[in-house]
Write a protein that binds this ligand. Structure first.
Ligand SMILES: Cc1ncc(COP(=O)(O)O)c(C=O)c1O
Length: 460
């Protein structure tokens, strides 16, 4: 299709700069640089208004797991819009897609995890889970058990509860967060903090910080531990294999609920349906969004294991919580179509097969690059950490903006790659072909080569 004419592109950019406030943005800076206007997409490729095609190494925002332009999802949405575009799930009502999707999720989740609550975003789902944890302990007659522990570099969203769970300092100070009762322990970032320890010893050490925190707060006051199986927006932090089983053991020992935020790691990203399967633990509560509908519709879900789910189900007091669009029929129908397509095409496990192995091999080959400190790959998710000194694991000073520069060069090289400070992140659609995996890896290499040459020039 033809690119949008120059004049129209300029008009959109001007309007955007004048009226549209974007997430996580310095607005006058964006207005000066101008928004990149994305107009269409197909497969793993997005197209900008000036007609450029870019391989989307981020699947949108870690969500378009089945790739763009899947007719089956479009048809499902269209059919539901025509039949019943909206009805609520309050006041004794449901709709067929909401009921079917809840049942389908219960089937995909571990045995006993049968009760599902819908929302519209990952932030909202985490807020629902926070309130559910407090509600649960109130129902148990233990109102003092309310403190929640999460981790530095965590990302759980931007609501008052989910933003408090998040562990990124720049999200807290400007908004007077975190709220009381939220606590953060260190993250299991072996490359940065592991020193001389082997990864598994470090994983056990990082898990022991949870036990220390529980003992400091008093086990009778600690309600839950919250974690993404792989910390995504914090820098693709893949924990050592020893970490999660140890976290689970500690939670059980002190009767602390274990919440897995699967917003990124759910629905095939790590090579299993859920990240907790890859890392070998069983949570009490699972938070889902993004890949649930492959981003085709805004939808999230919280699943409760037997203990919490049955307590909520059996409660005599109303669960006085829920939003207008909870179980939205169009979103649920599209999510169902997405899950069926994923099952049919083997996408829940594709990242654990030959395609995932190729992705890993091609990216791990970049570990030899002089700028690369560590390559972390799990399934179709990767973090490549750029450092000033490989041996000493010394980062670049943040003010050099090395990661952001790499992101810009990557666009020129034809791919979308995200920067979390100087860690470059890839989480492409799970449908990537071998050729696309190779294209992606080659573009990353060219990006790093150009960046290295620029850095040489600026320091020489
Ligand atoms: C692990 C995790 N949890 C929660 C969220 C928040 O989801 P949303 O942006 O849909 O509110 C995100 C978003 O990136 C996420 O990565």
């Amino acid at each position: 299709m033809a690119p949008i004419a120059d004049a129209e592109r300029r008009r959109l950019r001007d309007l955007d700069a004048r009226h549209h406030l974007h997430p996580f943005t310095v607005h006058h800076d964006l207005a000066r640089r101008g928004s990149r206007v994305v107009v269409r997409a197909e497969g793993a490729w997005i197209e900008t208004a000036d007609g450029r095609r870019l391989l989307d190494g981020m699947a949108g925002l870690w969500c378009v797991n089945v790739g763009y332009g899947r007719e089956e999802l479009v048809r499902a949405g269209r059919a539901q819009l025509a039949e019943l575009p909206y009805y609520n799930t309050f006041f004794q009502c449901t709709t067929p897609p909401a009921t079917e999707l809840a049942a389908e999720l219960a089937r995909l989740l571990p045995a006993g995890m049968e009760r599902i609550f819908f929302g519209c975003s990952g932030s909202e789902a985490n807020d629902t889970a926070v309130k559910s944890v407090w509600y649960f302990w109130n129902l148990q007659g233990r109102p003092e058990k309310k403190h929640i522990v999460s981790r530095r570099s965590a990302y759980h969203g931007v609501g008052l509860g989910s933003g408090s769970l998040s562990g990124l300092a720049h999200m807290h100070a400007p908004f007077d967060l975190p709220l009381e009762r939220f606590h953060h322990i260190g993250d299991p970032h072996w490359f940065r903090d592991g020193g001389d320890l082997d990864p598994d010893s470090f994983g056990r050490l990082a898990a022991s910080w949870l036990e220390e925190k529980i003992l400091e707060l008093g086990p009778e006051r600690v309600a839950a531990f919250w974690g993404e199986p792989i910390q995504g927006a914090g820098g693709a932090i893949v924990p050592p294999a020893s970490y999660w089983p140890e976290i689970e053991r500690i939670c059980r020992k002190y009767d602390v609920l274990l919440v897995a935020d699967e917003v990124i790691t759910g629905f095939g990203r790590t090579g299993r349906t859920f990240g907790f399967e890859t890392f070998g633990f069983t949570p009490d509560i699972v938070v889902m969004a993004k890949g649930l509908s492959s981003g085709y519709q805004p939808i999230s879900a919280v699943a409760f294991g037997r203990r919490v789910g049955e307590a909520i189900f059996a409660a005599d007091t109303e669960f006085a919580h829920g939003v207008t669009y909870a179980g939205h029929p169009v979103a649920c129908r599209v999510a169902l179509a997405n899950l069926r397509l994923m099952a049919r095409e083997g996408l829940f496990t594709r990242a654990a097969g030959p395609a995932g192995a190729r992705f890993r091999r091609r990216l791990e080959a970049l570990a030899h690059h002089p700028l690369v400190g560590e390559v972390r790959v799990c399934g179709f998710l990767a973090g490549i950490e750029l450092v000033a000194d490989k041996e000493a694991r010394r980062p670049f000073p943040p003010e050099r903006g090395v990661g952001l520069r790499a992101r810009e060069i990557a666009i020129e090289e034809g791919i979308v790659m995200r920067a979390v400070r100087d860690t470059m992140i890839l989480a492409p659609p799970l449908t990537l072909s071998d050729g696309e995996i190779d294209f992606l890896a080659e573009a990353v290499r060219r990006t790093f080569d150009r960046l290295a040459a620029e850095l040489d020039r600026s320091s020489g």
